[in-house]
Design a protein around this ligand. Structure first.
Ligand code: 0O2
Length: 221
């Protein structure tokens, strides 16, 4: 990993990366367990898929500069909350809060910050639920609390965010007004789609085995 930091700090940086990587592993396991438990209880997977990443050195350096901080490991650990990032993609919007609550309730997880861009979407239309948490990482001689950013969103929100991200980079943050308006319109369509899909799913879940059999009998009459 090439980060323009002082050469004599590189061992320290390797240790930081080990901690971030371990924190991602911990969170991945926690989320997988929750997904399996929900599947057993509700017969469907609330989590569609999970991705995780360690932030690129360029991106870390850019964020530190943006925060007007000197590029030191101490500042990165203190001020860059998303060096370790995990993205949880859910099928339905109701699953987002279920997952977030279940994570927040775990004794070893400390919620440091929440940004609910679903209740309060960004001006551009961005929707997602963000949590900064810390988890303990057990090393041979000590335990170190390590930060992870968790982004939780629906498939539809993720679809929108990936296109917006591409557009943002293509135009270096200055997309033409017509494109920005179209994106906001798409954000509204996506919100409508999420509401519709959620109520359809609730309706399907409402069918018990008996009422399904009655429905099928009615079709064959
Ligand atoms: P990348 O390349 O995805 O890593 P903080 O110090 O935590 O309070 P920060 O990091 O600005 O401040 O917090 P915020 O708003 O929670 O944003 C963190 C991440 O959310 C971003 O990381 C993006 O991944 C995502 N995000 C936030 N706003 C938008 C948006 O308008 N559009 C899209 N597509 N994604 C967004 P990075 O580091 O900016 O980028």
């Amino acid at each position: 990993m090439e980060l323009p930091i002082y050469y004599d700090e590189s061992e320290e940086w390797s240790k930081a990366i080990l901690l971030y990587d371990s924190a991602l592993k911990e969170m991945n396991t926690k989320l997988e367990i929750l997904n399996n438990e929900f599947k057993l209880a509700h017969s469907y997977n609330p989590i569609e898929h999970i991705t995780s990443r360690i932030k690129s050195p360029e991106s870390i350096a850019k964020k530190i500069r943006h925060k007007n901080r000197e590029l030191t490991i101490e500042n990165i650990v203190k001020y860059v909350n998303d060096v370790a990032g995990i993205r949880v993609i859910c099928s339905f919007s109701s699953d987002i809060y279920r997952i977030a609550d279940a994570i927040a309730k775990q004794n070893d997880v400390k919620v440091l910050k929440v940004k609910d861009y679903i209740m309060c979407p960004k001006e551009n239309g961005y929707k997602s639920y963000h949590m900064i948490v810390s988890v303990p990482i057990f090393l041979s001689n000590n335990v170190i609390s390590t930060k992870v950013e968790i982004q939780i969103r629906t498939i539809a929100m993720d679809f929108w965010a990936s296109l917006e991200h591409k557009i943002y980079y293509k135009f270096e943050g200055n997309a033409p007004e017509r494109i920005r308006n179209d994106l906001r319109e798409c954000a509204d369509i996506i919100s409508y789609l999420d509401v519709k899909m959620k109520s359809l799913n609730e309706e399907i879940q409402g069918y018990s085995k008996n009422s399904l059999d009655e429905y099928k009998d009615g079709l064959s009459d």
